[in-house]
Design a protein around this ligand. Structure first.
Ligand SMILES: [Cu+2]
Length: 307
């Protein structure tokens, strides 16, 4: 009787484990698991090829964690029920069970190794730089705005590409960074004063912008047209929170026309209008700094001679 029962139980456990694994495999191969569970908390609105690779890595990691979790929870509940106290007799002691100890040492190492392998692959891919990107844009940050310099090529042996035209943000006008879809875009970041951080949430990527000779460089390929807000993500001073810009992703043809119009002497607003785009940023608006006599120096106190 007891022999029969002990045979039936492992079969049930095995079937349950098989069922869970099977269900997960079907979900994984058949459709995008993340879209059913809100991306397991990961933003699903990435607009670059690189952001999709990162999203896939996250979903894979969470599914792997869930499989391990379900297995461990199963073992815990099975042990609690199967080996609950039945009398005063001391149960069989299983210390120094070498196969078991070997298993629970090697299994976590294997899990971490697999996670590390895929992380390294995706990270290398996201950080990859090509020899000849189709577009190079220099991102120049300063307190408290942005200048975008469209360049004729990437940095070569420390030489910075030549700027062919620029867009400069002001307190009144949000700078719009126009970029094409379907082309490799290289960002070269530099700051005129303190450390800022270039962040467009939809790129699922941000990089600090350093002053001096350190140029942070990365590449993306955008695959969706649209307007996306950009921000400074490094506390850089009084008006840090107002350091917004807009990324406007347009088709390759429109980008070429925009650049030609800019090079012909048009302003960014005119050039945007010439390709049928909204001339002003639509995702964010200029903030009033309210920096005037009434709040900056209400008493009208003289500055003095200094010391
Ligand atoms: Cu900043």
């Amino acid at each position: 009787m007891s022999a029969k029962r002990s045979k039936a139980r492992p079969t049930a456990v095995r079937l349950a484990a098989l069922g869970v694994t099977g269900a997960l495999l079907v979900l994984l191969s058949g459709c995008d698991v993340g879209s059913h569970v809100d991306g397991f908390g990961w933003p699903q609105n990435g607009i670059t090829e690189q952001s999709k690779r990162m999203y896939d890595l996250w979903i894979g990691s969470v599914v792997a964690a869930l499989i391990v979790g379900v297995f461990v929870w199963g073992l815990i509940f099975w042990c609690v029920i199967r080996y609950r106290k039945r009398g005063e007799k001391l149960p069989v002691q299983t210390r120094f069970n070498m196969p078991m100890e070997f298993l629970y040492t090697i299994a976590p190492v294997l899990v971490v190794s697999v996670l590390f392998y895929y992380t390294a692959i995706v990270q290398t891919d996201v950080n990859k730089q090509t020899a000849n990107p189709a577009v190079t844009v220099e991102v120049e940050a300063f307190k408290w705005n942005w200048q975008f310099n469209y360049q004729d090529g990437p940095t070569e042996n420390g030489r910075v590409g030549k700027t062919v035209t620029s867009t400069l943000g002001t307190t009144e006008v949000i700078p719009v960074l126009v970029l094409p879809t379907g082309r490799t875009i290289r960002f070269e970041e530099t700051s005129r004063d303190v450390i800022h951080s270039f962040w467009v949430p939809e790129l699922l990527f941000k990089r600090d912008v350093f002053p001096g000779n350190v140029r942070n460089v990365f590449e993306v390929t955008i695959d969706q047209t649209g307007a996306y807000v950009g921000r400074c993500a490094e506390l850089c001073g009084t008006y840090h929170s107002m350091m917004n810009f807009e990324l406007r992703a347009v088709s390759g043809d429109d980008y070429d026309k925009f650049l030609a119009a800019k090079q012909a002497g048009q302003s960014t607003q005119q050039a945007l209008q010439s390709i049928g785009q909204d001339p002003l940023a639509s995702t964010t608006s200029p903030f009033p700094t309210r920096r005037d006599l009434s709040n900056f120096n209400p008493g009208g106190t003289a500055a003095g001679t200094g010391s």
